[in-house]
Design a protein. Sequence first.
Length: 295
Amino acid sequence: MSDSTQVRDEHKRHDPTVMDAVRSNTDLLHALLAQLTDVRLLVDAAGRGLASGDAEDGNDLGLQFNDPELEMAAGGLRQKIRRLEAENAELHAQNEDLAAKIATSRIQETTPENSVEVAEMLSWEERKQLILLQMEEDSFDANQFAASLKNEIESGKETPGAFIDRLRLEIEQRDDEIAELRNLLDQQAETRSDGTAIGASAIADMLDADELIAGERVKLQKLQAEWKEKFRKGEIDASLERAKLSRERQEVSATKQELELQLEQLQREYRQANATGSSGSRRWLAKLGLADEDS
């Protein structure tokens, strides 16, 4: 016999005892609540009849009595109230614990022993809860769980990968259908039952039939052709002007280079004339047209 079967049998044996304990605790809770209500009523009555004028009305546990005996009695009632409240809280906790045990027992009673049956009857979330419960009780069998998954695959159940592939294929088919419908909608002639065109096609036909609009379209086409010709001529003129400026720039550059060479040559001759003496200097000045006429 497996551990899970032993646990279920043990729960079956103790289930009547647990139910009796729950019923007993419930009865005790009702009795304690009745006693607590009676004690509070007594304290409330004593406070209204014998409390001092400075005491606040409605404060059951905070009253101040002039008589020591009444004060002692009130203290005893307060202690009894606290004790009853503690017992009440303890019984509530016991009831919750017993309720959890009963729920666990019922889950185990309704769970089949065979892992394959569990896989067929429970959802994935319920199966996870069962696995966690079996791990807590040290009754989880990994081999059985793997065998159950293998049996699911062999039995023809859809795997997550196959499910995703099937959904992807369905989405692609729907997309194709939508594209086809849109294409048909675009190509379909929008006509009424009497053959009158409606929508965008009707507006286009109406504009094409208007003589004024047709004349304006002809004018616009002529203007467009004229401006295209002007732009073409302008581009040609701009190209010619750029070529002319380029040639002039080259000529200016060549002239500048030639003048720089001449200047360099004259400077060299001037230095040579200074080196040979005044006669050479006069010849150089005469060459430049700067010599004195008297000389």
